[in-house]
Write a protein that binds this ligand. Structure first.
Ligand code: 13P
Length: 341
């Protein structure tokens, strides 16, 4: 393992004003997104849609540091036979790959999940590296409920994240470590804070046990945020203040950067929260975005599967990418959204 090179890639992933595009929806998830806009999910429509994003030259050049791909996409060619991964590289962004294989029910823990995909991961990583991937992603899913998460769910998921991260570094690939605490419940922000703290502490403990070099990874956490069904919705300032406090308490300064997931927040909330955190300032790591839905909902809607809407889809993507790029610098303003509308 060459840690200096891993660190260089990790720092480039969180370069000032840049963040990650999570375009790594599994075939099941992208079908759900396409169903919502009335588009059939085929190999070709998935290709056309993602090609539209990756050819959004301005967004890709100035706002996007890297793209997380799904296995199908990393091997796919654009309409003109250029591999999609080369289009990303040509824009100056770094290609990455989702390597987890989704979740499975966790035995003896009703309703809880463990992420699968460690089998043959070393072989798969070698193939992805050869194809051009320089970072990877693994997502652990933790749900909040009356008696969950259990200690079991926190332990097995942290263990798997650390196993994955160690294998990535051995393959000269920067691991994005993503322990996602879902925002689906009716819990308040303080409960989210408490669970996220437990999960992050356990995850960093396991990363150390498995000798993962913190300088060669990126953390992709959720924010401290109210559950979607909570009657008590925290303000932008509270989310920013509590998330920053939480991360300072749990994330070592050796980590080169933190790139948040959007997790079902509205586009505007995801941007406003990131901006507010960066305005607090004085942090040991850059804070940026690694958004899926909060970057893609608007272009999906604008595109709606029609070739004549490609330019509109690219405009919508470029707008969200710009807004989040400003938020990554703490320079976003709400009226920029209205002006664009
Ligand atoms: P969302 O931003 O839609 O949560 O997706 C990010 C991601 O990559 C989840 O694993």
């Amino acid at each position: 393992m060459n840690l200096a090179d891993l660190n260089k890639v990790a720092r480039a992933m969180v370069a000032p004003g840049k963040g990650l595009l999570a375009a790594d929806e599994s075939s099941g998830t992208i079908k759900k997104r396409f169903d919502a806009i009335g588009v059939a999910s085929t190999e070709e429509t998935r290709r056309d849609y993602r090609e539209m994003l990756f050819r959004s030259t301005e967004a890709m050049r100035s706002c996007i540091s890297g793209v997380i791909l799904y296995d199908e996409t990393i091997w796919q060619d654009a309409k003109d036979d250029t591999p999609l991964i080369r289009i990303i590289e040509q824009s100056g962004a770094i290609p990455g790959i989702k390597v987890d294989e989704g979740t499975q029910a966790l035995p003896q823990c009703p309703g809880e999940l463990v992420t699968a995909g460690l089998d043959r991961l070393a072989e798969r990583l070698a193939k992805y590296y050869e194809r051009g991937a320089r970072f990877a992603k693994w997502r652990a899913v933790i749900d909040i409920g009356a008696r969950i998460p259990t200690m079991t769910a926190v332990h097995v998921n942290a263990h798997a994240l650390a196993r994955y991260a160690a294998l990535c570094q051995a393959a000269q690939i920067v691991p994005i470590v993503e322990p996602e605490i879902l925002m689906d419940g009716d819990h308040d922000i303080d409960r989210c804070y408490e669970v996220t703290q437990r999960v992050l502490n356990k995850t960093f403990q396991d990363l150390r046990v498995q000798r993962v070099a913190l300088e060669g990874m990126i953390l992709k956490p959720n924010m401290a945020i109210s559950g979607k069904k909570s009657a008590k919705q925290a303000s932008v300032e509270e989310v920013a203040e509590k998330t920053v406090r939480l991360l300072k308490a749990c994330v070592p300064a050796a980590v080169p950067g933190i790139a948040f997931l959007s997790g079902g927040q509205s586009d505007a909330d995801a941007t406003a929260h990131l901006d507010a955190m960066n305005r607090i300032g004085g942090l040991p790591w850059p804070l940026t975005f690694s958004y899926g839905r909060a970057l893609q909902a608007a272009p999906q809607q604008a595109w709606s599967g029609r070739p004549e809407n490609v330019a509109a889809g690219q405009r919508a993507f470029t707008h969200r990418a710009r807004m989040n790029s400003l938020a990554a610098r703490g320079e976003w303003k709400a009226d920029l959204e209205q002006k664009a509308a």
